[in-house]
Design a protein around this ligand. Sequence first.
Ligand SMILES: Cc1cc2nc3c(=O)[nH]c(=O)nc-3n(C[C@H](O)[C@H](O)[C@H](O)COP(=O)(O)OP(=O)(O)OC[C@H]3O[C@@H](n4cnc5c(N)ncnc54)[C@H](O)[C@@H]3O)c2cc1C
Length: 400
Amino acid sequence: MAPPPQNPTAAPVIIIGGGIGGLAAALALSRKGIAAQVLEQSSAFSEIGAGIQLGPNAFQMFDVLGVTEAINHCAVFPDALIMRDGLSGDEVTRISLGAAFRERFRYPYAVIYRADLHRVLLEACRAQSSITLSAQRKVTEIRDEGEYVTVETRDGTTVHGVAAIGADGLWSTARAHLVNDGKPRVSGHIAYRAVLPIASVPQELNWNSVVLWAGPKTHLVQYPLRRGELFNLVAVFHSDRYAEGWDVHADPAELHERFSAARTEVQTLLGKIDVWKMWVLCDREPIKEWSKGRVTLLGDAAHPMLQYLAQGAAMAMEDAVVLADAVDVCAGNFTEAFQKYQGERYLRTARVQLTARFYGDVYHATGATRDLRNELLKGRAREKAYEGVAWLYDGICLSR
Ligand SMILES: Cc1cc2nc3c(=O)[nH]c(=O)nc-3n(C[C@H](O)[C@H](O)[C@H](O)COP(=O)(O)OP(=O)(O)OC[C@H]3O[C@@H](n4cnc5c(N)ncnc54)[C@H](O)[C@@H]3O)c2cc1C
């Protein structure tokens, strides 16, 4: 076992998990002059190849993290977010993402290949000498020793840090240590994701927009990726077959059966994919306390949410920036900083967690609920649509 550090305050902040949240946290801390060591369980720092949407609030964070230019290079900027009724094909509503949107929200809306977003953050971390990236380090134990923290990894390594941040996602070990509130809540919703070459998308369905086909207990999201070279599909449906939160065995027969009443456009797109990756979607009830002493949580570890507002990664990056600000403002008093950070993040992230569930109900509405949805959203003025998302897309106030 490694001896305790002689000068604990000179030890790095240990970040558990090298996903989008963990890397953003390392970067945000480094920009405040604070060293970090990221411990990632996988053999390499990488992300799955799927699409991800980035609201203007995510771009506000890219600005702070200094990666906007690199993101712009590989993102696609869609013309609109469009909801269509998955049965009639009618447009239900849209949010235009053009000049008026950028003027209103100060930043754009984009879609990006997850692996590209992760790579941009990783390269920015690698460029900072104050960040150490350690792969194949699955954290098994975290101890707050008062003056410093000790983290044990599965390979028998002991790492000391001045503080620890659990950015280890939905199945967080750090959360089990801090909050100990059992497994995440299985929503009963399943997501199938696939990315295909743009050439295999029929011309008449290849739109430069994020299109959501809202059907009974189902929906399909489509958008282009990587400068328009790729095309992203996310198909979601209700299923009670999966009790656990994770299952690698996708069953395309069930997917096609659930979408059997959908429009031909939807069926055509689903028919383009042979191999899907599957997620059993989970979240948790919001909690108010996710920090204790020198240990805190960030991103999905702190506030896992359903993806219906497309905001999980954005919330993780906001966490990262707010946390680094708090550490800076509290002049390295981590206990105080982590309390300040969770206090600033609790209600915003809780609102996203709870609103995401509601959006899922709206997307999957049937019968009178579907009719009411379509009626209420029909012909909504652009300003009204902007007003509806302003609480989210307006971003956050930064202390400095
Ligand atoms: C279908 C779907 C679509 C989505 N779409 C969007 C979207 O459009 N926009 C958006 O903003 N968000 C979206 N999200 C949400 C987003 O993917 C997550 O919120 C985000 O990835 C959370 O980042 P994170 O860093 O907190 O966790 P993760 O990405 O889960 O990263 C956690 C990291 O920790 C590592 N780890 C885990 N345990 C340990 C351990 N014990 N020791 C060391 N390392 C460990 C993991 O290997 C991983 O690298 C979507 C999610 C899903 C499921």
